[in-house]
Structure formats: C-alpha cells, structure tokens
Design a protein around this ligand. Structure first.
Ligand SMILES: [Zn+2]
Length: 250
C-alpha cells in the first residue's frame, strides 16, 4: 500500500478535488458505517480526501463518525493528515478571516466515541496534541497564526455568552465543533495530524450580532481558495518518508 497524505476537509474545502483525476473508494469499517474516500495525486504524491460532513454538507458535527473516518484513512496507507476546521474566535487578536494552526486543545465534547482503545488499557501521551513537524511545514506556506488553543464543543447549537466567558478564562483562543475527537483518534493510530483553522466569526459575546451558519459559510467562501492553496503548497513540502514523534504515541 502506497503511503498517502490525508486531507479531511471541513465546510468549503471540498473544492480541492476540482479538476483532479478522482477515484472514489468506499472503505468498510468496524464502526457501523463505511467511509467514502476520494483518491487523487498532487505533485505525484498520493492524496486521500474525506469531506468531513459528506458531499452536500449533510452530516452535522455531533453525528460524524470520526472513528470510521480515521480508520478508513489508516487502512488506505495514510500516515499524515492535514485537516481544516471552521472556528469562531474567542480572542480579539484572531479576527474573522484569520488562519490558525492550533498547538493545543480543550475537549468539551461529551457524547462522541473518543478512542479506538475500548478493550485494552491504553493512555496515549498528549503533551504535543498536534504534529509540530507538519505545523512547521504548513506555517511556511501561508500567512498563518502559528499557535492557538482549540476548544471543541458538542454542538450542534452555538455557545451561550456565559460559556464563551468560561472558555476564554480557560485559555481558549478558537472554538469549533469538529476538531475532536478527530485529532485524538489520529494520534492513537500513529498518524501525524495538523489542522488549519479558519476563523469565520467572533464567538457569541465578542460579537454584537446573532451568530448564524450563513456567516460561517460566507467567510469560508472568501477563505477557501487561500486555504486550498496553502494545503496544496504544503503537500509539495511534506516528505512521504520521515521520522516523527507521532509515529510512536503510546
Ligand atoms: Zn508528527
């Protein structure tokens, strides 16, 4: 199995497959579903792409089968993943339109399957939650804020003002619903994982206006081309054979 680079694209990033010679693979997984993966090549490197919400943006964040997605990518030989996540900002230093490479997270999801290790005692090290090697490569390919703490909520509702104030006090910089447990599951499988977070809006208490999903889609529309370019340029710099701490996470 050829080693591949995985892309898990959130809202707006599905355009990365446009004009590519695509092969669709449906991977059956032990997690109750199958995952559709789209294979193509960039710079002669094998790419495996998963649209996180499925084509047509059908699956809400709390219903995504994150285990099935990561399992499918690993089955296809993926050992490095670039993900994208639309986020709200908790911090006036990160205005809408910013692109952020998180270096840490706080997990407030509550009803998702968060591990592959249900039948054995395994405690994965999370002192470096995202792959620093990939973060370094990606940061050189665009105008990105190089660190930030990602807060993940269960959703699908947006947050209250009191929740946002709490997340700010806890040190969160950005907030979304899709970053976890994806980052955890990738690490459990020994996959290098990095996320490009696209700030689409200020969070509830930072914005005078009511938050809407239209606002999120509108900013994604503006930023998608730049984000796709960063991903494609980063792929040129990502080696297929490499050494990284992520390979031995346990
Ligand atoms: Zn790594």
């Amino acid at each position: 199995m050829a080693k591949k680079i995985g892309i898990i694209g959130g809202s707006g990033i599905y355009g990365i497959t446009e004009g590519m010679d695509l092969e669709k693979k449906t991977v059956n997984t032990p997690y109750g579903v199958s995952t559709d993966v789209y294979l193509f090549k960039v710079n002669n490197k094998d790419i495996a792409f998963i649209p996180r919400h499925k084509i047509g943006h059908k699956t809400p964040p709390h219903m995504i089968n994150y285990r099935s997605n990561i399992f499918a990518l690993k089955e296809l030989g993926v050992n490095q993943i670039i993900a994208t996540n639309a986020v709200g900002s908790l911090n006036e230093d990160n205005p809408p339109g910013s692109l952020i490479l998180p270096n840490d997270f706080i997990d407030f999801t509550c009803k998702r399957d968060k591990t592959f290790f249900d039948d054995e005692v395994v405690h994965t090290d999370f002192s470096q939650p995202y792959c620093n090697r990939l973060r370094n490569i990606i940061s050189k390919n665009g105008n990105l804020i190089k660190k930030g703490v990602y807060v993940c909520t269960e959703g699908p509702r947006f947050e209250t003002g009191a929740e946002i104030r709490m997340f700010q006090k806890l040190g969160g910089d950005i907030i979304g619903m899709t970053g976890l447990p994806e980052a955890v599951l990738a690490k459990e499988k020994g996959i290098c994982y990095s996320s490009i977070c696209i700030v689409t809006n200020y969070s509830t208490s930072l914005s005078k206006d009511k938050l809407t999903i239209e606002e999120v889609f509108k900013m994604m529309e503006i930023k998608k081309e730049e984000t796709i370019k960063i991903i494609l340029n980063s792929i040129k710099d990502i080696p297929i054979d490499y050494e990284c701490d992520c390979l031995n996470p346990l």
